[in-house]
Ligand binder design. Structure first.
Ligand SMILES: [Zn+2]
Length: 297
């Protein structure tokens, strides 16, 4: 009676293999908005390339990459396994980028004197270096939570115009999302990770913390009044990393939360768990409290 059993086992193995093959087709969203963190799935062991970069493939086949604010698309992901090669095209949905006027920040932070410009350049290079980490940890797969609760006082990607002495000074688009909250409000890690940068006094961004969530995905938290972590610390989702402030270029207390894939800036508001459709119920309306200028970098 051994033979039939062996045959049955072989059939079962074949069926399992067939099922695995059926699941193995690369799965990516057909279209994504500008500024989105994209998570896809490929057969484990595949090699995946996007925008000239070899993506890290998690043991379960998850991969992550970011689509920048000005990406027109379609973008292409190349998936290779053995001699098989597949090219997946993803459409990019354009977004509107309104102009946001910000008044009340210290003029020297908008048009810094030359000696300060050099300091800013050095600080930005240190932050960029911290963003190059490509780590196997997969905390970016967690459903993100809000680091603080509050009114959104500045949106990702908006054209920033600072008002200095009554004159408009256009600056780079807003690189993250601002959430207005009282000074001292605890800031929680929106997903787990490892602290790759912590400095209480950067010129533009004040108290600044970066958390790496794995695969090149990182969060940055700016204008903090207090920092509770140091470089190398591992933090769990929800753990307090510091407190809301208005250090650096800010006109009022708020948290600036930025999201990156390496140096590509992304919109936290598009993340699972943060996107308005699901967040709306948890975000009590604070209309009427809209205070112009509680913004910054
Ligand atoms: Zn900001």
């Amino acid at each position: 009676m051994r033979r039939p059993r062996r045959a049955a086992a072989l059939l079962a193995a074949l069926a399992a293999a067939a099922a695995a093959c059926a699941q193995a087709a690369p799965a990516f969203p057909p279209s994504v908005p500008q500024g989105a963190l994209v998570i896809g799935h490929v057969e484990p062991g595949s090699q995946v390339r996007y925008a000239g970069r070899e993506l890290r493939v998690a043991p379960d086949g998850s991969v992550a990459f970011g689509v920048g604010r000005d990406e027109k698309g379609p973008v292409a992901v190349e998936v290779r396994r053995g001699s098989a090669r597949e090219r997946v095209a993803i459409d990019v949905t354009p977004r509107d980028w309104p102009v946001e006027r910000v008044a009340g920040v210290p003029p020297a932070t908008v048009e810094p004197p030359p000696e300060v410009a050099e300091r800013i350049r050095r600080e930005q290079a240190r932050v960029s270096a911290a963003r190059q980490r490509d780590d196997a940890r997969e905390e970016f797969l967690q459903t993100f939570i809000w680091p603080v609760r509050g009114r959104i006082s500045g949106r990702f990607g908006n054209q920033r115009v600072y008002v200095v002495d009554g004159a408009d000074v256009p600056k780079a688009p807003h690189s993250g999302m601002d959430i207005a909250a009282p000074k001292g409000t605890p800031v929680k890690a929106p997903a787990g990770g490892i602290v790759t940068f912590a400095d209480a006094d950067l010129y533009l961004t004040g108290g600044t913390v970066l958390i790496d969530h794995g695969h090149g995905v990182s969060s940055n938290f700016l204008h903090l009044s207090r920092i509770d972590v140091k470089v190398g610390d591992r933090v769990r989702q929800g753990e307090v990393i510091g407190a809301v402030g208005m250090t650096g270029r800010a006109s009022g207390p708020h948290l600036h939360w930025g999201l990156n894939w390496f140096d590509v800036r992304l919109d936290p508001l598009l993340l699972d768990g943060i996107a308005p459709a699901r967040a709306a119920a948890a975000q009590p309306g604070r209309s009427g409290a809209a205070k112009a200028g509680a913004n910054g970098s």
